[in-house]
Design a protein around this ligand. Structure first.
Ligand code: ADP
Ligand code: MG
Length: 233
């Protein structure tokens, strides 16, 4: 499905929340690098997709009503066999049905397990005065607890992207702290520009979160995406 078809389908169902699967498809079409992800609607399909991807894989609940998938018990990482995948599929559906009986369930998203990297996040929200604003930060507790993030107004120039990465306090972690891998900063700059372009070209997108993106010495890849649409446009 094209970006517009995905958005139209959500709207026709009265939704402003796109699932992870839909969000990833939409941003992928804008050239943003996303881990390979497919929707499975049965455990057999989940197993066959994982064989196609190769193990290990990750399974996640696909529901427009479950925005925080791991908090809900809807994420299973590091699945190494088709049998583990089948069981994870059933466990995820069961726990979500139990905890959120009203949730609309599209199935389960199956994806490649990304190798460990430095987790960063890129977000977009709309400010009443400035319009769309991009946020950049390091993932995990650095964002949640320390709020170590930077902001720039869309559209971003290359220089804005370079500055917003360097002005976070955790920047040394991206340069390879204590023997850790130094990440490809220029790739992250390009990624910020691509997100800025996407936001400019898609005014019907109200909020965007790529959280986390795994950054490496040779590129970066988003493993989770969330798009929220403007009301009825
Ligand atoms: P949510 O933010 O809805 O709880 P995520 O999709 O972000 O769910 O998954 C939770 C965490 O699991 C991520 O922050 C990341 O650390 C890890 N994770 C998710 N998907 C992958 C993946 N494909 N490969 C490796 N790690 C992943
Ligand atoms: Mg996430």
């Amino acid at each position: 499905m094209t970006r517009q078809q995905i958005i139209d389908r959500a709207r026709s169902e009265g939704r402003t929340v796109l699932t992870e699967i839909e969000s990833k498809e939409v941003v992928k079409q804008a050239g943003i690098s996303i881990i390979d992800t497919k929707l499975a609607t049965s455990k057999e399909e989940a197993s066959s997709i994982s064989r196609e991807f190769g193990f290990p894989v990750v399974l996640k609940i696909a529901s427009p009503d479950i925005v925080h998938k791991s908090d809900a018990g809807g994420v299973k990482l590091g699945l190494k066999t088709a049998k583990q995948v089948g069981k994870a599929y059933d466990d995820i559906i069961e726990i979500i049905r139990q905890k959120y009986p009203q949730a609309r369930i599209h199935g389960v998203s199956v994806q490649r397990m990304a190798r460990p990297g430095v987790e960063v996040i890129i977000g977009m929200s709309k400010d009443a005065q400035f319009g769309p604003v991009l946020m950049f930060g390091l993932g995990g507790i650095l964002v949640e607890v320390l709020k170590d993030v930077s902001f720039r107004i869309v559209p971003l120039a290359r220089r804005d992207a370079a500055e917003m990465i360097r002005e976070i306090k955790g920047y040394p972690l991206l340069e390879g702290y204590r023997g850790r891998e130094a990440v490809d900063i220029s790739y992250l700059e390009e990624l910020l520009i691509k997100v800025s372009d996407f936001v400019e070209q898609n005014p019907e997108v109200k909020e965007l979160d790529l959280n986390p993106i795994f950054a490496y010495s040779d590129g970066a890849i988003a493993v989770d995406a969330r798009v929220i649409l403007e009301e009825g446009k």
